[in-house]
Design a protein around this ligand. Structure first.
Ligand SMILES: [Zn+2]
Length: 324
């Protein structure tokens, strides 16, 4: 069976429900991107499909594990932007009335369920209220605020929590062939989310982003506004990467703020921060929080259709006026 980090109480909860034949017909599995929603959905599917409640040995368990069980239906929104159309939901409603091929259950896993419009969720309610006894819906969701109350009231909510740092680190060491300091940095940069940390490591851009943050901060501390603008302009050539850089820069400045109040505290970018620490006396502590907030907003603005030239200048002004 797939390995879920932490959150063993959720598995125990479902195991008990399956054993007592009290499993619900709809679960909302919620948690941040990379928190293990798909893994938990697979584990639940195995427990529901297997005649033994998840023996991991039988043909049924193996088919679920390999993702080839005909009665385990994984879905994503069929619209171009990943949203579910009302028509797609109607198709699911029709399909759900058909008996399973070979399984005890017919399980629908709906990834990114938050990408159902209110109209699509409304259309979904009918089948969610009274599904056939053999149907189970697993809704995976990373933003519950987008789900209608009428949907939320008809599902059992399973909320994934972040595993402990130690659990995450040992999992990342197994998954990623990477030096330990990079693993720790990635976990910190991902806010403790191991799945996101693994993506960061695999993406291979974290080191470069940190180097850019360091260069930008060095320009702030020892250079001119033009030096900062040059870096900003270079990075803005790739809009997506520019947004990621700004997000990382917000974390970098959070590290600077932490360092200024507690130099011995654990930092995400410890080595890089240490190389600049001698200049931090020049940074105004009160402006750091405004900078961090401003950077978070700026990262969002970059993904919107605002002039990139305007935003690359705004980045320089924001940091310079608040920090120095
Ligand atoms: Zn089995």
């Amino acid at each position: 069976m797939k390995q879920l980090l932490g959150n063993q109480h959720l598995i125990a909860q479902i195991r008990t429900a399956v054993r007592e034949d009290k499993a619900a017909h709809a679960y909302l599995i919620c948690g941040a991107v990379g928190s293990g929603k798909k893994t938990l959905a697979d584990i639940i599917s195995t427990m529901l499909m297997c005649p033994e409640g998840g023996c991991e040995q039988c043909v049924c368990c193996q088919k679920v594990e390999k993702g080839i069980h005909p009665d385990l239906i994984r879905l994503r929104g069929d619209n171009k932007n990943g949203t579910y159309s009302v028509d797609q939901i109607r198709e699911i409603r029709k399909d759900a009335l058909v008996y399973p091929n070979e399984g005890r259950k017919k399980i629908y896993v709906l990834e990114e369920a938050e990408k159902m419009s209110p109209a699509a969720q409304d259309a979904f309610l009918k089948i969610l209220e009274e599904p056939p006894a053999f149907v189970v819906f697993l809704l995976l969701c990373s933003d519950e605020s987008r789900m209608l109350a009428t949907v939320l009231s008809r599902v059992i909510r399973l909320a994934l929590e972040l595993p402990s740092t130690e659990q995450s680190l040992s999992w990342l060491r197994e998954q990623a062939q990477a030096p330990d300091d990079l693993i720790r940095t990635a976990l910190g940069a991902a806010g403790g989310n191991p799945g996101q940390a693994l993506s960061l490591i695999k993406e291979g851009k974290l080191k470069e982003r940190i180097a850019n943050c360091e260069a930008f901060s060095r320009a702030l501390l020892t250079g001119t506004a033009y030096d900062m603008a040059a870096i900003s302009h270079k990075l803005a050539a790739d809009k997506e990467e520019f947004a990621e850089f700004i997000k990382t820069l917000a974390l970098y400045f959070r590290d600077i703020a932490v360092y200024k109040t507690a130099p011995t505290a654990e930092l995400v970018f410890a080595d890089s921060i240490a190389s600049l620490a001698g200049y931090f006396v020049r940074i105004r502590a009160d402006g750091l929080l405004r900078t961090i907030e401003g950077l978070q907003q700026l990262a969002v603005q970059v993904t919107q259709s605002i002039s990139i030239l305007l935003l690359e200048m705004r980045l320089v002004t924001l940091v310079r006026t608040n920090c120095i």
